[in-house]
Design a protein around this ligand. Structure first.
Ligand code: SAM
Ligand code: SF4
Length: 447
């Protein structure tokens, strides 16, 4: 019997890319390819790229440099997928002469044909066509690939119809298309069958979901599935945080008490140039209503520092907002000009911020956030928290690992099986993780 061909996928970027790489694996599995975790053994290498910041593109180039060697020594095929592929199309083949193919997020299902053309017709292929919104079909994930997992991501929509002036996503992921809710519920039921207990609904802008029902209705439907313990979602735009969604948090206990709500800046002036269409006061008002509906909810955010024209005063307003909201955590980035975005095109007119100033602001912001994160985590010491157990701890194989409803990481002494809901008494905390000892099990893995 011939040895099956091996593939290696290197994934950069967000959860959507992780989910797309999973779809690639499913397509390749049907072509009798098998996965390998060693790139030197691969007959096919795909780099699934991210274009959100310049650094992500640099990482792609350095990865391709490494894979070139494998290509030369084993005659492996080498392709680029994802947002850089969608953005640069043929230009990527010109820039990187050893590349065999380039394909965008809408062309994953065409992978068999792309590989056939590269291998048999011996041509270099670019497939970055958009699928029409009406024709777009969300592939149903193969639940078998999730066997053994406790928590899984489920795609509910693709693309983004917003026009934030810094963001490349609408150019690389196209218009919003929502997946029909019946398909989503069927996929989650399949996942529950193989042992998944927690799902995270993903999309660039999930609360503008329109797949037959509204997003808050979808959340309620998922939360009511008896075999699902927790439902999460990411990412939300503050202007879509409506009262119905807040009410769902009040009424459905299985909607996990964690909200990732990217604010981007604490200055109204900057928010306006970012085209975020909410003010700081509106953001705070929605957050207050959310916190009243679900006391103790953990709130995380994304922030960009050094946006063109950001004055010291604007930046201080971001520091002030961070202190006022007391975010559980934040992902903060320095502004990176992206092609075809308004802020990328007009950076010079709007007032570029020196690199050194950007870095210094980022460090100041992260220092403030780290102190708040640590305080919040230390408040957990002495408490008993409910943990959904995911497996052994990565840091200490003798310990177990899981997460609280607020999405706090917990490493603990105990023997609770993966998939169980277990109570853990917290005895130590860092800004990123809690540790403690197992008390009792609330629910077994297959209950
Ligand atoms: N859809 C989400 C939202 O509306 O907030 C954001 C998705 S984006 C993939 C993730 C984060 O990357 C953004 O929230 C923003 O903070 C950051 N980001 C996007 N474009 C950026 C840029 N040009 N420079 C720096 N950070 C950027
Ligand atoms: Fe980008 Fe704005 Fe869409 Fe988020 S909402 S993906 S930041 S354009």
């Amino acid at each position: 019997m011939a040895t099956p061909k091996r593939y290696f996928v290197h994934t950069f970027g967000c959860q959507m890319n992780v989910s797309d790489s999973q779809r690639m694996s499913e397509v390749l599995g049907r072509l009798q390819y098998v996965p390998t975790s060693v790139c030197d053994d691969a007959d096919l290498i795909i780099v699934n790229t991210c274009a959100i910041r310049e650094k992500a593109e640099e990482k792609m180039l350095s990865a391709l440099g490494r894979y070139r060697r494998v290509k030369m020594s084993r005659r492996a095929l080498l392709g680029v997928a994802g947002c850089v592929a969608q953005q640069q199309k043929e230009r990527l083949l010109k820039r990187i002469p050893f590349l065999d193919f380039v394909f965008g997020p809408d062309a994953i299902a065409n992978l068999p044909e792309i590989l056939r053309r590269v291998e048999q017709d011996r041509v270099r292929v670019v497939d970055t066509a958009w699928m029409d919104s009406e024709e777009y079909v969300f592939p149903r994930a193969d639940a078998e690939t999730a066997r053994g997992k406790v928590s899984e991501f489920v795609t509910i929509m693709k693309g983004c119809d917003n026009v934030c002036s810094f963001c490349v996503v609408p150019h690389t992921r196209g218009r919003e298309v929502s997946r029909p809710f019946e398909q989503i519920l069927a996929e989650i039921a399949d996942l529950a069958e193989v042992g998944v207990r927690e799902v995270t609904l993903i999309g660039q802008n999930v609360n503008s979901y329109r797949g037959g029902i509204e997003f808050h209705q979808l959340l309620r439907r998922v939360a009511r599935l008896p075999s699902i313990d927790r439902v999460r979602f990411t990412t939300s735009h503050p202007h879509d945080l409506c009262d119905e969604l807040i009410n769902a948090f009040r009424e459905e206990e299985k909607i996990a008490p964690h909200f990732h709500l990217p604010v981007q800046s604490g200055s109204n002036r900057i928010l306006q140039v970012m085209r975020r269409d909410y003010s700081v006061a509106e953001y705070l008002d929605r957050l207050e209503r959310l916190r009243a509906a679900r006391p103790g909810i953990a709130v995380t955010t994304d922030i960009i520092v050094g946006f063109p024209g950001e004055s010291e005063e604007d930046f201080e307003a971001t520091l002030e907002l961070t202190r006022q909201v007391r975010f559980e955590n934040q992902f903060s980035f320095v502004f990176s000009p992206r092609p075809r975005t308004a802020a990328g095109i007009h950076e010079k007119e709007w007032g570029p911020i020196a690199h050194q100033v950007k870095i210094e602001r980022l460090e100041r912001l992260q220092k403030v956030q780290r102190a708040i994160s640590l305080e919040i985590m230390r408040q957990q010491i002495g408490r008993e928290v409910e943990v959904l157990v995911e497996g052994p701890s990565k840091f200490d194989p003798l310990k177990r690992f899981g997460r609280t409803p607020e999405n706090r990481t917990v490493n603990f002494e105990g023997d609770a099986e993966s998939g169980t809901l277990t109570r853990v008494r917290i005895d130590a905390a860092t800004a990123n993780a809690l540790s403690g000892k197992q008390r009792d099990t609330v629910r077994g893995p297959s209950a």
